[in-house]
Design a binder for this molecule. Structure first.
Ligand SMILES: [Fe+2]
Ligand SMILES: [Fe+2]
Length: 341
């Protein structure tokens, strides 16, 4: 769901990311490719594409996929403690959706020639990034609602433009994902609204506390400011990115400030004020040191999240081995039957 870290490269990638010298043929093909995209054309898996375009997409789509499955962890933590059967069923469905999003996205990245194993290995070794929003803990039940409202809400803002991404398999995966994300956002808002309008004082205080903790990390999900976002310009030209980080962040803040009023919660930013002349909400300074600190592995839950993913892969190894052994046995049986016929 979460595209914040998606144009963040690891140190190894930055070192390897020198664009090779191109032949005249490649330069001509690249010019034709760019003209096709500028014309609104899509690129499919088997089409020629510049190496750099392929690499950028593999990085972005795989980081997006990792974000979906790491994103299952903070909320999964509350499935067994959901307050009612209805909320438990909703949360189960949502967490399962996120697993599905990971699956579509790994499959889309695989069409670019990178295997699932390589991508998972990059996640587990810490080489690949995922959205750092999931390195914050879910301390109370209200955090589940706040994630739906704010984190999935920010994800939708980020992802709707990706439905028009120039790479066809990614764009198509995003159309399906966005439909589900809007359900995620609404269930979060509904859960918070129920507590705010029908709950106790303690529940209302719990909602406010969750909003206080999730607000700033949510608006960091749009990534660094445009003037500090080195890969954005190229991604815009290639139709991978359609709207800038700052523009999306402003759209999100404008929409959310109104929703906060309906909910009856205060957003933790004393500088948040409506600016009539701009037609937008002004907001205070974002703590980018905190953002980079968490992206670089020092958030409250980075270690815990990665350890949970590695453990899940290790614990599930026997299932993958058994499935492969079963498939091999079946293929051998079918080959025998063909020979006998
Ligand atoms: Fe998602
Ligand atoms: Fe979601």
């Amino acid at each position: 769901m979460y595209t914040q870290a998606l144009d963040v490269m690891s140190k190894q990638e930055i070192a390897a990311d020198r664009r090779p010298v191109r032949s005249a043929d490649d330069a001509a093909r690249e010019a034709a490719f760019e003209a096709h995209i500028a014309d609104g054309g899509f690129v499919e898996a088997k089409d020629w594409m510049p190496d750099h375009y392929r690499k950028t997409l593999v990085r972005q789509i795989s980081q997006h996929a990792h974000s979906e499955i790491v994103g299952m962890l903070p909320e999964g933590n509350w499935i067994s403690r959901a307050p009612t059967l209805k909320r438990k069923a909703i949360l189960l469905a949502k967490v399962q959706d996120e697993g599905g999003h990971g699956l579509y996205l790994y499959a889309a990245a695989e069409t670019l020639g990178t295997s699932r194993e390589q991508m998972i290995e990059a996640l587990h070794s810490g080489k690949a990034k995922y959205s750092s929003i999931f390195n914050y803990p879910t301390l109370t039940w209200a955090d589940v609602g706040a994630i739906g409202w704010l984190v999935d809400g920010a994800a939708i803002m980020n992802q709707v433009p990706l439905c028009r991404c120039s790479y066809g398999p990614y764009a198509r995966a995003m159309i399906r994902i966005c439909r589900e994300e809007s359900f995620h956002q609404r269930q979060g808002f509904d859960s918070l609204l129920t507590m705010m309008t029908q709950g106790t004082d303690a529940q209302r205080a719990m909602v406010q506390d969750a909003v206080d903790r999730w607000w700033w990390p949510s608006i960091m999900m749009f990534g660094p400011p445009d003037d500090a976002s080195p890969n954005s310009e190229q991604s815009m030209r290639w139709g991978i990115k359609r709207i800038s980080n700052d523009e999306l962040r402003q759209k999100f803040i404008d929409a959310t400030a109104e929703q906060a009023r309906v909910l009856g919660v205060a957003l933790p930013d004393p500088q948040l004020t409506w600016n009539e002349a701009r037609g937008h909400w002004d907001f205070g300074a974002i703590d980018w040191d905190e953002f980079w600190n968490v992206v670089n592995g020092h958030g409250p839950c980075n270690r815990e999240r990665l350890a949970a993913r590695v453990k899940a892969a290790d614990d599930g190894a026997w299932v993958r081995e058994a499935a492969l052994a079963h498939a091999a046995k079946q293929a051998a049986r079918e080959a025998d039957a063909l020979r006998a016929a």
